[in-house]
Ligand binder design. Structure first.
Ligand SMILES: [Zn+2]
Length: 361
């Protein structure tokens, strides 16, 4: 990530935060979920307006803003009318996610381009244990009670690979479909497969139903939390969930089995990715997207950057290394992440697109 993006993110964090502090409805919403003012300030939670101020603010400062406005209309805030949650790394904001409070659109909306790390990953430093939950507000609730917690936000398990922490606890999301509980079992099986990590599961029962940390801590204390039963992931009872043709069962052993198979597939996928990167001609692909031949200057070929509103060619392609870099703040990388960014799709979809459109597969 470039310095200018971080700078733009930092300014935006302060801006969203001060806007939240002056907005009664979103502030009340957070308090109604049990978050203290101290936590709201510590985690620099914010709120995005319904009119675009962020685009104009950053534009006026000459900073990149395309990631924080709507793709088709740069006068509209990308996080419009949502709680904005920055991923803080020391004093810097490296990413944003958001939460809808009016139940409009998806519950969690992340910045485009994929989640780079676990939410609140700073807490992992020197940690002897960590709780993994699904949503940032749940992680904040736990931290508020003196418990180290990160949020996974439904992202890939690969983000967990570097968790060198002896004790990991999962608090599954509880839904009728039981997807959250199944996901927790899969996560546990995965962690077990990569390093024999002992994963335990904690449920938060309240009035006979299991609830999420936000709700639970509304009428329970930290002392009660410490007394909750802790279950070894491998000992969790089989989960019975509504399948297509009636009830189905999911167990830890099934998850472990799948993880073993997946490892073989991942090894093969690695080769495939390398091959796509080697075969795809990034220069030709950029010519295709920009309808231009580009300007040859030394090692590089320069284009108007299609990822931001570019007036002077600021995107360089280096054919020798098959890489790109935008000096206007969009970052850089290889052919796959370029396609991901411009098409707003995930890694796998980008591979498919490159294969079908450019490699004639
Ligand atoms: Zn750019």
């Amino acid at each position: 990530m470039t310095d200018v993006i971080v700078k733009a993110n930092n300014i935006s964090t302060e801006f969203y935060h001060s806007f939240l502090l002056g907005s009664s409805q979103p502030l009340e919403y957070l308090k109604s979920r049990g978050l203290s003012m101290n936590s709201i300030e510590k985690f620099k939670l914010g709120f995005a307006t319904n009119v675009s101020l962020i685009g104009n603010l950053l534009r006026a400062k000459g900073l990149p803003f395309s990631h924080l406005v709507k793709k088709d209309n740069d006068s509209e805030d990308y996080f419009k009318e949502r709680i904005v949650i920055p991923f803080l790394d020391g004093d810097n904001t490296i990413f944003f996610t958001s939460r809808s409070i009016y139940d409009i659109g998806t519950r969690h909306l992340h910045l485009r381009g994929g989640i780079p790390t676990l939410y609140n990953s700073n807490t992992l430093l020197d940690a002897k244990y960590v709780f993994i939950v699904e949503s940032p507000l749940d992680a904040i609730t736990l931290e508020q009670n003196g418990i180290r917690a990160v949020a996974k936000l439904g992202t890939g398990l690969n983000l967990l690979e570097n968790l060198l922490i002896p004790q990991i606890f999962l608090i599954p999301d509880i839904e009728e479909s039981r997807v959250g509980e199944i996901d927790a079992i899969k996560t546990a099986a995965y962690l077990y497969s990569i390093g024999n990590i002992d994963v335990r599961i904690v449920y938060l029962p309240s009035n006979g139903v299991k609830v999420d940390p936000n709700l639970w801590f509304m009428d329970h204390t930290i002392e009660e939390f410490r007394k909750l039963p802790i279950i070894q992931a491998r000992d969790v009872e089989p989960i019975i969930f509504p399948g297509l043709h009636g009830p189905e069962t999911f167990t830890f052993e099934q998850a472990a089995q799948k993880t073993r198979v997946k490892k073989d597939v991942v090894a093969k996928t690695g080769d495939e990715v390398a091959e796509i990167k080697r075969k795809a001609n990034l220069l030709e692909i950029m010519r295709d997207y920009t309808n231009s031949q580009g300007i040859q200057t030394g090692e590089a070929v320069l284009f108007l950057c299609p990822l931001h509103n570019d007036r002077n060619p600021s995107l360089a392609i280096y054919p020798a290394t098959q890489s790109w870099c935008c000096f206007g703040g969009c970052g850089g990388g290889d052919v796959i992440n370029f396609i991901q960014r411009i098409e707003d799709i995930n890694f796998k979809q980008a591979l498919e697109l490159i294969k079908t459109r450019y490699l004639g597969d």
